[in-house]
Design a protein around this ligand. Sequence first.
Ligand SMILES: C[S@@+](CC[C@H](N)C(=O)[O-])C[C@H]1O[C@@H](n2cnc3c(N)ncnc32)[C@H](O)[C@@H]1O
Length: 373
Amino acid sequence: MFEEVDFNKTQKIIISNPSNKDYKKVMVTKALVKGETVLKHELLTKTQSFVKNYSFDNICEALEADMEFFKQAEIWTSDYYYAFKITSKGKVLSNKKKLNTLIEAKAINKEKNYIIKEGMIIPALIDLGVMTADGKIVKSHYDKYRQINKYLEMLDSTIGYEDHLNIVDFGCGKSYLTFVVYYYLVNIRHIDVNIIGLDLKSGVIDICNKIRDKYGYKNLSFINKDIANFDEFDHIDLIMTLLACDVATDFALYHAIRLKCKYILSVPCCQKEINKQLDRSSFNLMNKYGLLKERFSALLTDSIRANILEYYGYRVNVGEFVDFDASPKNVLIKGVKTDSGKNEAIKKELDETIKKYGIHQTLYDLCFGKEND
Ligand SMILES: C[S@@+](CC[C@H](N)C(=O)[O-])C[C@H]1O[C@@H](n2cnc3c(N)ncnc32)[C@H](O)[C@@H]1O
């Protein structure tokens, strides 16, 4: 049945649609065991999970055996996507699609290594004026295009193999990023997603919903709401913020913490909250210079945010995601939820910092209550 598949290039396999009602599905993913990459085969029944590791050479045999009990198989290799279906009459239907978009993007545009290369047509971006009808990037939108590609790279390297992701883009604005992430995850990564873009501006939200309707994008919605009042999902896998102004980022991070969101990719901007309060601090040496005070406030704000995430058991990484030349708003806070408990030593440092500067910081206040009243 799987003769044409090159299993040496396997990335992921999902076997579903069981003919035996006790079974649920089979997931095959790559895993590192004693320094060697193997294929981890996990059979999920209604009550149990059975794991066995296979080499790339003998996975095919195991899958053929699985198909005694299932009617559907999907296989992702590094260059093809294959779908197999067994009909009620026992006929095997198969479908193969070259996954050239990502690979070509990486090969042709090596220097930039963009995932979404010029020429790849994302219809929503044409409607939004970022792309021309033949996939060229409109010059005035080139910085945004580069920024979104960089963000996408971060996203791509952060998420693992996922079946389904509930995602919220807080402060989505015109939703260039939201549409690109939707396109990438659905069409290239073949992940089942449910994405919400949320913004205060009703005009842009209306436009985005119209574009969504025009192209029939399922499980994508745009909502006109303050981030603080978000209550659409009670489970989120990925929270995105790209330049959500000032404390909007704090409310988004708070939802992530509250809902134990697995992945956070947050690019803050306009960190004004602490800047407005810092006159009260004694750090006059720096604070008398407006620019330095502004930069210091932004760094202090993001340090507090990153440490709060660590306190709640996130593995946190703070890095530059575009060159400073391209935009000074180039800090990306990345958080991945781990099983570790609360880190009280970090909480102590946070408390001391908040006291020392005599400040309020919204994420801190949301998580721990107000200290400096
Ligand atoms: C600088 S724009 C960024 C838009 C988009 N993420 C991008 O990068 O193109 C910031 C967006 O956040 C939205 N925003 C700010 N505060 C918000 C809040 N409290 N709730 C919802 N949206 C908010 C603004 O309306 C604006 O559209």
